[in-house]
Design a protein around this ligand. Structure first.
Ligand SMILES: Cc1cc2nc3c(=O)[nH]c(=O)nc-3n(C[C@H](O)[C@H](O)[C@H](O)COP(=O)(O)OP(=O)(O)OC[C@H]3O[C@@H](n4cnc5c(N)ncnc54)[C@H](O)[C@@H]3O)c2cc1C
Length: 451
């Protein structure tokens, strides 16, 4: 006979023939459905994978915790430690996209954020969906961007059905890249040769055609290349829709709950510690944008994200809005549904400096006016900044965290996190649910393991 304290109540249990009581036998005798619970023995959460290896001793304290979404039928009552199958640190667009994809597959999630949903880089972005942004040559990032862009229409259709009161302002109305002189035009032409290989349409426009496409452009614009396949979205609204859709499917978002550390058992994380308590889990995803580096460091791992500040400005409203995103070598203009134009952006490696600067805003103003002189006459409504999650090689960091069995990373999306959200959600859900990581090879956190 063994006496255990189960959820605060002392109870006697019959030991097995060998005089021992294993955790699985205890669970069975209590009639608990293990799919929806977390178990702590003497205060330490035991992951499901480790249940079989735990032998209980006389006097042990066992806590059986009902997960979010609930349903430990017939088991001991009160939940003491909150938890879910997956805990995601960071409720930017990336954390929300992962929570959405996981919850569609029936996986329970809790998303923890120090602030409110989507209030960091995700809120600061321009919402441009342009995998060919800087006409880099074909490679893993452009491929990933194109795959993500192609998922967008279906993703948005689903979100519109699930969250009909949020208009995500999604338009595949093209991106117009413009050149201010012949040298820039030559650079743009350089990208045209990849059109077939990438399977995109790219249309070269001369000086007069470019103004037919966008009449408000400056006379200085020497030509351009139009990509009708690209587009834009409201980064704020799509993140709101994602977080709502995930919550409708049982995910939980806890705001004002920074992850401050982790409970571990061997090479597994068993719970995320926050200022609002600990959250038990089978898996953890680190999706804290540029703050992923210090979070991973708490697990002794190297995820070298770097904050790259971007400043922005809202101008307008324009009586006749621009027809699509206009992208120049020194800045871009994004027409938004409310008639304002978002003008951006600086790219500054200055660490976490939480401010705009006169110099940065002046550069944005100059670039905006150079593209479309009308910008000079528009009111400056507001200015802001955000920190892009940069990585040393410019590629996202997606996949298992080296040294840990149940920790994954999804960050480093730099200038393209809004674009890359659908594909990131899918690939991370494939990894977590099905263990598939082949498509993540180029982005694996492992590439920084030695550094
Ligand atoms: C000015 C600007 C313009 C941009 N324009 C575009 C664009 O047009 N198109 C595009 O595709 N991309 C654009 N981007 C890039 C895009 O915004 C980012 O790549 C994307 O938002 C990254 O999302 P994220 O969820 O990884 O990070 P974030 O949005 O930064 O979210 C990370 C979250 O983690 C939380 N967090 C931090 N530490 C902790 C902790 N310890 N515990 C819990 N939570 C924590 C933060 O509070 C934050 O909410 C732009 C970025 C900027 C700054």
């Amino acid at each position: 006979m063994l006496t255990l304290t189960v959820n605060g109540k002392r109870q006697d249990f019959t030991a097995g023939e060998d005089g021992k009581l294993g955790l699985p036998a205890l669970i069975e005798s209590l009639g608990v459905d293990t799919r929806r619970i977390a178990i702590a023995v003497n205060g330490e959460v035991v992951s499901k994978a480790d249940h079989a290896g735990v032998t209980l001793r006389d006097g042990d304290a066992v806590e059986i915790v009902r997960m979010v979404g609930g349903g430990a039928t017939g088991g001991p009552a009160q939940a003491e430690l909150d938890g879910a199958d997956v805990v995601i640190a960071g409720a930017g667009i990336i954390g929300c996209a992962i929570a959405y994809e996981l919850s569609r597959r029936g996986v329970s999630c809790i998303v923890l954020d120090s602030r409110r949903v989507g209030m960091a880089a995700t809120n600061a972005a321009g919402g441009i969906l342009a995998p060919l942004a800087e006409f880099r040559r074909p490679g893993p990032l452009v491929d990933l961007g194109l795959r993500s862009l192609r998922r967008y229409p279906q993703w948005v259709d689903r979100l519109r059905e699930e969250v009909p009161d949020v208009d995500v302002e999604f338009h595949l109305n093209g991106v117009l890249r413009v050149a201010l002189d012949e040298r820039e035009m030559e650079e743009l032409r350089g990208g045209l040769r990849y059109a077939d290989e990438l399977g995109v349409e790219l249309v070269e426009l001369d000086r007069s055609l470019v103004r037919e496409v966008e009449p408000r452009l400056s006379a200085k614009v020497a030509g351009g290349v139009f990509c009708p396949d690209e587009g834009q979205i409201s980064n704020q609204h799509v993140t709101l829709a994602l977080s709502r859709a995930a919550q409708q499917r049982g995910a939980r978002i806890v705001e004002g709950a920074p992850v401050t550390g982790f409970r571990r058992s061997g090479s597994r994380v068993t719970a995320a510690r926050t200022t609002q308590g600990d959250f038990a889990c089978d898996r953890v995803v680190l999706a804290a944008g540029p703050w992923t580096r210090p979070l991973a460091a708490k697990l002794g791992a190297n995820v070298p994200t770097k904050p790259i500040r971007g400043q922005m400005m809202a101008l307008g409203p324009m009586a006749t809005p621009l027809r699509q995103v206009v992208w120049g070598s020194r800045g871009y203009l994004v027409p938004r549904a409310n008639g304002l134009v978002f003008a951006g952006s600086t790219v500054e490696d200055v660490g976490f400096r939480f401010n705009t600067t006169q110099r940065g805003l002046a550069a944005i103003r100059r670039a905006a006016r150079e593209l479309a002189p009308q910008m000079r006459t528009l009111e400056e409504h507001f200015t802001w900044f955000g920190f892009r999650p940069g990585s040393p090689d410019g590629l996202p960091i997606l996949g298992p965290l080296p040294g840990w069995e149940n920790v994954s990373v999804a960050t480093g999306h730099f200038r393209n996190g809004i674009l890359l959200a659908p594909i990131t959600g899918k690939l991370m859900a494939d990894l977590i649910v099905e263990g598939k990581d082949a498509e993540l090879a180029a982005f694996a956190p492992e590439r920084f393991a030695a550094g």
